[in-house]
Each structure stands twice: as C-alpha cells, then as structure tokens.
Design a protein around this ligand. Sequence first.
Ligand SMILES: CC(C)(COP(=O)(O)OP(=O)(O)OC[C@H]1O[C@@H](n2cnc3c(N)ncnc32)[C@H](O)[C@@H]1OP(=O)(O)O)[C@@H](O)C(=O)NCCC(=O)NCCS
Length: 333
Amino acid sequence: MDVEFLGFTKQTMTNLTIRPFQNSLIPDAANLFVENYRKERLATSVLPALMENPVWVAQKLTALMATCSGVAVLKDGQLVGYLGWFLVNGFRGTGRKGAYVPEWGHVCVEENKPTIYQAMYRAAAEEWAEAGCQVHALTLLAHDHTAEKAWYWNGFGLTVVDAIRPSQPLDISEPTHLTIRKATSQDAISLTELDAEHWTHYPRSPVFMAPATGRDADANVAFLSRPKNSVWMAFDGEVPAGFIRFEGYDFDSVAILETEEGVQITGAYVRPAYRGQKVAVALLDTALRAYQAHGLQYCAVNFESFNPEATAFWMKYFEPVCFSVVRVPEYLP
Ligand SMILES: CC(C)(COP(=O)(O)OP(=O)(O)OC[C@H]1O[C@@H](n2cnc3c(N)ncnc32)[C@H](O)[C@@H]1OP(=O)(O)O)[C@@H](O)C(=O)NCCC(=O)NCCS
C-alpha cells in the first residue's frame, strides 16, 4: 500500500532500471515529450505546434545527448523517463558553471513521476558535481504540476517564467497622455541612454541579478534596421519616458516559443516617475496592433519571478508556459 512520504505518495523503484541514455531511445523519448507538450497546448492553445513534431524533437535530442551521458529510466524495458543537459559556463552572468536541462530535455510518465525524477536527478547531479557545476537549472512545462512539485522537493526554486499571449491588442480604455511611437535610428542615442538606466534596475534589491549592460547606439541602429524587430517608445514632450523592445530573430527563449510565427519581448522599462500610469500598457497595446496587422500569431516574454514589477505587469496580460527552476548546492564535493 502507498503511504505519504515528504508530501508524495511513497513508491518503489521496483521494475525500474536507471542507466545512461542511449541513442536507440531517441524516438521513444521524442514521443514522450510530444505527448507532454500536447497537454501544454491543450492548456494554452496559442502555443505553436512546432514541438509537436517528433522528428524535430528527435533532432534536438540527438544534438543534446551527443554532449552529455544523459539518464534514462525504463520500466519492463519501456522508456518512462529521460533527462539530458548542457554544461554552461558563466551561468546567467554569475561566473558560475551550470548544468541546464531545457524543457524538451526531460520528461517522465505520470506513474511514479516524483520517484523517477528524484532518481534521475541523483544520477545526473553526480555527473554535474564531477564536471564542477556550481548551479543546477531546469525548465519545465507550466501545466506539469507534478514535475514542478518534484523539482521543488529536489531543492529547486523558481527563477524565470516564459509566458505568451496572442498578438491581439489589449483594448485599453484610458489612453496615456504620452506620445507612443515606433523608434527609428534617429532615436538610437536616447534609446541607449534609457536602456542603460533600465539595466540599473536588476542588480538592486530584491532582484539581485548579476550586473549587465545593454546594446550601444550602433548596435541599436543595427537592431532597428531588421524588419521583424521593433522598439516602441513613450515620450513626454521631447523627454523619453519608457520603451518596450520586441525581437523577431535569435531570441533567447525556450525552444517551444522560438518559431517564425511569434515575436519576443526582450526589454521593458518605464522611468519611475511615469510608473502606474498605464504607459507600459499603451506601449504593449500599440506594438501588438502593429504585429497583428503583419500576421504575427503570438507575443512571448520571459521575466524573473523575483522581479516584483515584472511579475505584476506580465502576469496580468500573459500566460505562463514554462517555469525555469534553479538550485545552488550548499556544498560541492
Ligand atoms: C514593468 C514596468 C515596465 C511597468 O510599467 P508601468 O508603466 O508602470 O505599468 P502600467 O502602469 O502600464 O501597469 C499596468 C498594470 O500592470 C500592473 N502593475 C504594473 N506595475 C505594478 C506594480 N509595481 N505593482 C502592482 N501592479 C503593477 C497593474 O496591474 C497595472 O494595472 P492597474 O493600473 O489596472 O492596476 C515598470 O514597472 C518598470 O519599468 N519596471 C522596472 C523594469 C522592469 O522590471 N521591466 C520588466 C522587464 S522583464
């Protein structure tokens, strides 16, 4: 009989075999991921279909498993869970070496899910310790509450949320008194100054992210010259008050959102004096109108869950599809 254990139902590893991943398991692994991703799309229908293609997922898994030993769990010879990772130097600008498991780099069947994840983490973390990893990170699909709980019990905490909305405008009722318009290369210098001010937000309490800098003016000119990119700025007379940046290429996102059908927000800033006056709403609404007119299906964003301004704003208009969780082990053998 099952008994409660650390909040989970206690299950045994009977009939479960854990071993390094082998390429012969790739088709089954891809199918397991696709099955789980379909559940995410049932919860959030605007998600693109790309990662429902097992051939596409298999290609990604082949490349991933070529870089690590991976872990596979089999029950009576059938694959019931797998996990693979990338080793990342300078993880999130911290200088730490990390192991990162992408959202398609792991999956587990429902039966015994917490136990299987616990066993896979034990095996993978041994490799990560040997490789000198000072941080462990994993992205999971937002609908998968059992996986979320399993990783929480494994010592992981929420860090980044990836979220999506259809490129439908917000239909705001009170327009802002500021002027909202698309930035051109003429705005590159004021945009660069505003973005530099934006970056000062992140190292401060309670966010405490590693300091980083934005693009310089030349890089902003180059960015604005590509047709799918845009930055929308708000002006109080001549004074820049805020911006939202949308990237159409090579965005640093989760794979399920990286398609031609969407655009990704990679920066948003409203100067403190203008906050709480729906400036960001007006910027977002105006940009979404433009992208919708160009036939874009969705808009994505990612943000740190511990950034209170970001969480308050994005959670109002976007739906989470991935949670990225992180653990910094207290001791490394
Ligand atoms: C996030 C940010 C751009 C929002 O700009 P803003 O112009 O103040 O936002 P808006 O006034 O358009 O907010 C619209 C809604 O978002 C929510 N919201 C925004 N800021 C909030 C806050 N600090 N606390 C609670 N809710 C907030 C509110 O629900 C608000 O709607 P309401 O007025 O009906 O309550 C701004 O706070 C900022 O620049 N923060 C620092 C940089 C940053 O964190 N950027 C996010 C990058 S991921």
